[in-house]
Write a protein that binds this ligand. Structure first.
Ligand code: OTU
Length: 649
C-alpha cells in the first residue's frame, strides 16, 4: 500500500452542504481534495499540531458555509476563472486605483465613470478603503472599525454588491483592501479587549510593562516616526502597552492566535460573496512578529497567506490575493512564492523595485543601477503577476539596497539622498516638486510624496517662470517623462495599475493641508480629486491632458495586442550597452519583444548588431507601427525620453 505522508483531509462538512445539488456538493469535495494539502501545510508551519488540526476543521466549515451561501453568478465566475486560470495575466488587462469619494463621490457615483475607465481599457478597479473606518483620522480608511459595513458617506453594503455586479457586466474586477495587520482602536475586538475581555485581549499584542516592548524595539524600525514614533502605545483601557506599528489608533492583531485567522477568513469570505474579486493584503509584511528581527517578511507571513489562499480557492476560486509588501527586492519575490511556498501564496504583488527604479532612472538619467537591480531579482512563478505602477496613494521610499548600489559603484546612502534631494526639488537643476515625508534623522531616510506630474517636473513647467511665461519645451519634456514612466509599466507584463489622475496628468491637491486630520500627513497631496474640467480638456488632443490620455489609451491598446506581455512571460532586463537606455526583453515562441527606453534628455543609441541575436533584424516598432528608427550606422536611435517596442515584422 502507498501511504501519503500528510494527514487525510478531515471529512467534508456535509451537514453544511446538505441543501445543495449533488454536483455542487461534489465540486466542493473536489476542491477540498485539491487544496487541503496547501491548507494543512500552511497551518502546520505556524501552529502546534493540535491547534492546526482544530483550525483546519474550523476553516473548512467557514469555507463550506460561504460556498453554500454564494450566489449563482459568482459560482459561474468561479467556474469561468477555474477554466481560465490565467485570466488576470492577460495583456489586455489594465488596472486603475482611486479613492471612491475623490473619483466618483459615492459607490453609486463610480458607475457614472465607467465609460472613462472602459475608454482606458480598465479591467481591474481598486477602490481605496471603503469599509467603515474609525471616525476622525483613519489613515485614509486604513483603520477599520467594522469590516462588514461600508463608509456611510460612500453608500451601503448593498451599494457595494451592486457596484460589483455593474463592474462584472463590463468585465471589470473589483479590488478592495483587506487591512489585516491591524484594526482601529474602535473596532469591536479592541473595544472588548479594553473592557477586559480575556478572549479579545489575546487578539492583540498586549504587554503590562515595557520589558517586552523594549526588547522588540531594539530591532524594530519606525514606519511613521513623525506622527507615530515607536511601535507600541499605552492604552488606559487595557492598562497595558499594545503593539501599534503604524498610528496609535491602529492596533496590530496577533496572528499567532488561530481565532484571529478564523476571523479574517470569515471576513475574506464575506467580501468574496459580495462580489469582490481581488483582496489587497495591506501591510501583509508586518503580520508576524519575531523577537530580534525587524518583524517584517517572516516565513509565517507566507504560510498564513497560503492558508488564506487555499480557503478562497475552495470556497470562491474567482478571488485573487494581492500582497502589498513594499519591501527590499530580496524579500519582495517571496510574496509571489519561493521555495516551499512556490505558486501557493499571493497571485499578485506590487513591483516596488520597478517603481523605485523608474524614478531613479529618470532622476539620474542613467539605467546602470536599474539594470543591475532588476537583473538580480530572482524569477517568480509563471502563474503569478506583478502589479506594475508608477505611483500609488503612499509615499515613495527609496528601496535601493546598499549591495545593489555598491555593485555598480554607488553608495546606497548617497544615492538615496540624491533621490530625495532630486524629488523634493532641492537638487540643482531639478524641476521636481515633491514633499519630504517622514524624515528620519536616525537612518537618513527621507521618503517622498507628490503627484506623478509634480515628480516629473510638469507641475513646475506648467506654472511657468516668475513672469508667468511657460517654457513649452520644458512642458514637452515633462510630458515625455510621464509617458515614458508609464510605458515602462505598461510594457513589463503583469497588471499595470494607473493611479487616478495620472491619465490626465493631474497636479497635486493644492488644498490637502486644509483638512485638519490630513495636515500632518503630506501623502494627501498626491490623492487629488478627479477633475472633470481636465477630462473635458482632454477631448482636445493638443492639450497636456489630451496628449497624456491619448498616450495612455494607445499604450493600453498596443499592449493588448502583444502576447509577449502575458504575465507568465518573464521580463528580462538585458545587459546595458548605453547607460541611458533600458533594454527589456520578452521571449515568446512567436518571436521576441524588445523594449528600449531612453531615460535621458539627449539622443541615445542602442547597437544594431544586438538585434540579430534576438531575431529582430527585420523588426518594427509596435508603438508606432512603423519601422525601427535606425541611423546610418545601423544602430537604433532614440529621441529624448523615447521608447520603442520592437517586434519581428
Ligand atoms: C499601507 O502602507 C497603506 O498603503 C498605507 O496607506 C497605510 O497607511 C498603511 O499600510 C497602514 O495601514 O508603510 O507608508 O511594506 O510600506 O504597508 C506606507 C508595506 C506603509 C508598507 C505599507 C504601508
Amino acid at each position: 500500500m502507498h501511504h501519503h505522508r500528510s494527514q487525510p483531509p478531515p471529512p467534508v462538512p456535509e451537514d453544511l452542504l446538505a441543501g445543495l445539488e449533488p454536483l455542487r456538493r461534489e465540486t466542493f469535495a473536489l476542491r477540498v481534495a485539491r487544496w487541503w494539502p496547501d491548507l494543512a501545510a500552511g497551518l502546520a508551519d505556524v501552529y502546534p499540531s493540535d491547534v492546526a488540526a482544530t483550525a483546519g476543521e474550523r476553516l473548512l466549515r467557514a469555507a463550506a458555509t460561504a460556498y453554500a451561501a454564494r450566489d449563482e453568478a459568482l459560482h459561474r465566475l468561479d467556474q469561468e476563472r477555474t477554466l481560465r486560470p490565467d485570466w488576470f495575466q492577460d495583456p489586455a488587462l489594465v488596472g486603475y486605483a482611486a479613492y471612491t469619494e475623490r473619483f466618483g463621490g459615492t459607490l453609486a457615483g463610480v458607475r457614472d465613470r465607467l465609460d472613462h475607465l472602459e475608454d482606458l481599457g480598465v479591467g481591474y478597479l481598486h477602490l481605496m478603503p471603503v469599509l467603515r473606518p474609525r471616525e476622525g483620522d483613519s489613515d485614509g480608511g486604513y483603520a477599520v472599525a467594522d469590516y462588514r459595513d461600508v463608509r456611510a458617506d460612500l453608500g451601503t453594503v448593498e451599494d457595494l454588491a451592486d457596484l460589483a455586479t455593474s463592474l462584472h457586466k463590463r468585465g471589470i474586477s473589483l479590488v478592495l483592501d483587506l487591512v489585516l495587520n491591524h484594526v482601529a482602536r474602535e473596532h469591536a475586538w479592541a473595544q472588548a479587549a479594553r473592557a477586559g475581555d480575556e478572549r479579545y485581549r489575546r487578539y492583540f499584542h498586549v504587554h503590562p510593562d515595557r520589558a517586552v516592548p523594549d526588547a522588540y524595539e531594539r530591532t524594530l524600525p519606525e514606519v511613521f516616526p513623525d506622527f507615530a514614533p515607536g511601535n507600541f502605545s499605552w492604552d488606559d483601557g487595557l492598562d497595558a502597552w499594545v503593539w501599534t506599528t503604524f498610528n496609535s489608533f491602529q492596533w496590530d492583531v496577533d496572528w499567532s492566535n488561530p481565532d484571529v485567522l478564523l476571523e479574517y477568513t470569515e471576513i475574506v469570505l464575506f467580501l468574496a460573496n459580495l462580489g469582490v474579486d481581488v483582496l489587497r493584503l495591506d501591510a501583509i509584511a508586518f503580520i508576524w512578529k519575531r523577537l530580534g528581527t525587524n518583524c517584517q517578511n517572516q516565513p509565517e507571513v507566507h504560510s498564513l497567506t497560503q492558508v488564506l489562499r487555499a480557503v478562497t480557492r475552495i470556497a470562491c476560486p474567482a478571488v485573487l490575493l494581492k500582497a502589498e509588501a513594499i519591501v527590499a527586492p530580496d524579500d519582495l519575490v517571496h510574496y509571489l512564492g519561493r521555495g516551499r511556498h512556490h505558486g501557493r501564496v499571493s497571485d499578485l504583488a506590487y513591483h516596488n523595485t520597478l517603481m523605485v527604479q523608474i524614478w531613479s532612472m529618470l532622476a539620474a538619467q542613467d539605467v546602470t543601477l536599474a539594470t543591475h537591480a532588476l537583473r538580480s531579482l530572482p524569477p517568480v512563478p509563471a502563474s503569478t503577476a506583478w502589479i506594475t505602477y508608477v505611483r500609488c496613494h503612499d509615499d515613495i521610499g527609496w528601496a535601493v539596497s546598499d549591495a545593489d548600489a555598491a555593485a555598480v559603484g554607488l553608495s546606497g546612502h548617497e544615492h538615496r539622498r540624491f533621490l530625495s534631494d532630486w524629488y523634493s526639488g532641492t537638487f540643482p537643476g531639478s524641476t521636481a516638486r515633491g514633499l519630504v515625508f517622514q524624515e528620519n534623522p536616525a537612518t537618513g531616510d527621507r521618503r517622498i510624496s507628490g503627484s506623478a506630474a509634480a515628480l516629473v517636473g510638469l507641475t513646475a513647467a506648467r506654472a511657468g517662470g516668475p513672469d508667468g511665461t511657460v517654457d513649452e519645451a520644458a512642458v514637452d519634456g515633462a510630458v515625455a517623462r510621464l509617458l515614458l514612466a508609464h510605458t515602462v509599466v505598461m510594457g513589463w507584463g503583469g497588471i499595470p495599475v494607473v493611479w487616478m489622475g495620472d491619465e490626465l496628468a493631474l497636479d497635486g491637491d493644492p488644498a490637502w493641508a486644509a483638512v485638519p486630520e490630513q495636515a500632518a500627513d503630506n501623502r494627501w497631496v498626491h490623492r487629488p480629486w478627479f477633475d472633470d474640467r481636465e477630462l473635458s480638456a482632454a477631448a482636445d488632443p493638443s492639450t497636456v491632458p489630451g496628449r497624456v490620455l491619448s498616450g495612455f489609451r494607445h499604450l493600453a491598446r498596443v499592449r493588448a495586442s502583444l502576447p509577449h506581455l502575458h504575465a507568465s512571460v518573464a521580463a528580462e532586463v538585458l545587459e546595458m550597452s548605453d547607460p541611458g537606455v533600458l533594454a527589456v526583453l520578452h521571449r515568446h515562441p512567436e518571436g521576441n519583444l524588445l523594449s528600449l527606453c531612453n531615460v535621458t534628455e539627449g539622443w541615445r543609441s542602442w547597437p544594431g548588431f544586438r538585434l540579430e541575436g534576438l531575431g529582430l533584424t527585420q523588426a518594427q516598432d509596435a508603438l508606432t507601427g512603423g519601422p525601427v528608427p535606425r541611423g546610418g550606422d545601423g544602430d537604433v536611435w532614440l529621441a529624448p525620453w523615447q521608447a520603442v517596442w520592437l517586434v519581428a515584422s
